[in-house]
Design a binder for this molecule. Structure first.
Ligand SMILES: [Zn+2]
Length: 135
C-alpha cells in the first residue's frame, strides 16, 4: 500500500527530545508519513519567513492535507532563556503561535499542533492556539 504524506513536522534540532518526538509521532499514526524540518529553535522568529516557504514546498510537493506540528522544548539552546519552565514555554509559545497563524492563513485546510516537550516527560504539552490576545 502506498503511503501518503500526512504532516509537516517542524522541530528544534536538539537531539535530547528527538526520541520522545519520534515516539509521539508514531503514536499519532504518522510513521513514515511526515516531512521533517529540523532547525535550531524551530519557530524562533528569525526563521519564520524561510520556514513558511519550506511548509509551502512540502504542502505543494506532497499534497499534505493533515497537520503541521510545531515542536519546541525545554532548555532550548537557540533561545538561551535563563528562566523557569513556565516562562520558557510562554516565550516560545509566542513564536509558535505567530508562525501557526501565518501558516493557518496560508493553508486554512491544515490543522496546526503546537507541542512543547519537557526534558522529563515523553509526552509533549499541547499548547492551544487560541485567540490573538492583541498585544
Ligand atoms: Zn532547541
Amino acid at each position: 500500500m502506498k503511503k501518503k504524506c500526512q504532516a509537516v513536522v517542524i522541530s528544534c534540532m536538539d537531539y535530547r527530545f528527538h526520541a520522545p518526538l519520534f515516539d509521539y509521532l508514531q503514536q499519532q499514526g504518522l510513521r513514515g508519513q511526515y516531512d521533517l524540518v529540523s532547525l535550531p529553535g524551530a519557530c524562533l522568529n528569525h526563521s519564520a519567513k524561510h520556514l513558511a516557504d519550506i511548509v509551502e514546498m512540502a504542502v505543494t510537493l506532497h499534497r499534505i492535507e493533515g497537520s503541521v506540528y510545531l515542536c519546541h522544548h525545554e532548555d532550548c539552546g537557540a533561545y538561551e532563556l535563563d528562566a523557569d519552565l513556565e516562562e520558557q514555554m510562554a516565550r516560545q509559545s509566542e513564536d509558535m503561535k505567530e508562525f501557526a497563524r501565518l501558516v493557518q492563513d496560508k493553508f486554512p485546510h491544515l490543522t496546526i499542533q503546537l507541542c512543547f516537550f519537557t526534558l522529563e516527560d515523553d509526552e509533549p504539552i499541547q499548547i492551544e492556539l487560541g485567540e490573538d490576545e492583541g498585544n
